[in-house]
Design a protein around this ligand. Structure first.
Ligand code: CDP
Ligand code: MG
Length: 136
């Protein structure tokens, strides 16, 4: 089924010049980029995005990280893209991620792990509406 997901290139991806490499993988896979924007997140906005993680021990450092520099937010579209993009990212912890995934190939820690992808259709809808309220 054709669906959409929210992708974030986190501050480490932009800082390290990996945006092109990651976008290349999305294009090579045949997914369509239907929205894309470079922006800085406020604490309030990052907290809304990661609201399900409020109260976790890593929450504060995660928000610090996500507001430490610009990010690229994207909406990508294609068959089974929610699951497929999470498979392309690999596991949260890059040292557990399968070889050939973005996180296994480039990420350095389970916080600085380069990308975000919505985990369900419900979170994709919520996150896309948060980042791109005018997207049709
Ligand atoms: O991004 P993903 O869905 O794979 O992981 P998550 O469990 O939803 O966690 C969201 C984000 O929090 C991760 O991508 C990491 O950047 C961060 N995190 C962290 O800093 N420390 C942890 N122990 C777990 C996650
Ligand atoms: Mg998640």
């Amino acid at each position: 089924m054709t669906e959409r997901t929210l992708v974030l290139l986190k501050p480490d991806a932009i800082e390290r010049g990996l945006a092109g490499e990651i976008i290349r993988r999305i294009e090579d896979r045949g997914f369509a980029i239907v929205a894309m924007d470079l922006r800085a997140l406020t604490r309030e906005f990052a907290t809304k995005h990661y609201e399900e993680h409020v109260g976790r021990d890593y929450f504060e450092p995660l928000i610090e990280f996500m507001t430490s520099g610009p990010i690229v937010a994207m909406v990508i579209e294609g068959p089974e893209v929610i699951r497929a993009w999470r498979a392309m990212q690999g596991a949260t912890n890059p040292f557990e991620a399968a070889p050939g995934t973005i996180r296994a190939d480039f990420a350095t820690s389970n916080r600085l792990n380069l990308t975000h992808g919505s985990d369900t259709a419900e979170s994709a809808a919520r996150e896309i509406a948060l980042f791109f309220p005018n997207l049709k």
